[in-house]
Design a binder for this molecule. Sequence first.
Ligand SMILES: [Zn+2]
Length: 69
Amino acid sequence: MTFTAEAQAVWDKVPEATRAKLLDSGFCAHCLAKKHFDLVEAEIRDRSLALIGKCGSCGHRVVRLIELD
Ligand SMILES: [Zn+2]
């Protein structure tokens, strides 16, 4: 996995149960559905944590944005 230091710091504070939910709700533009995805990268974009990974069904790139307070 490739995380920026900032993204790692945010991700480290996310509880395990919440992480699992986030990783089960990535929208795959290929499957056109919410899918579990394998986390590959994370970075901070504006005020969001961007989780980037691969769809567990088809392998298409999935990006899940989480707004930060
Ligand atoms: Zn997919």
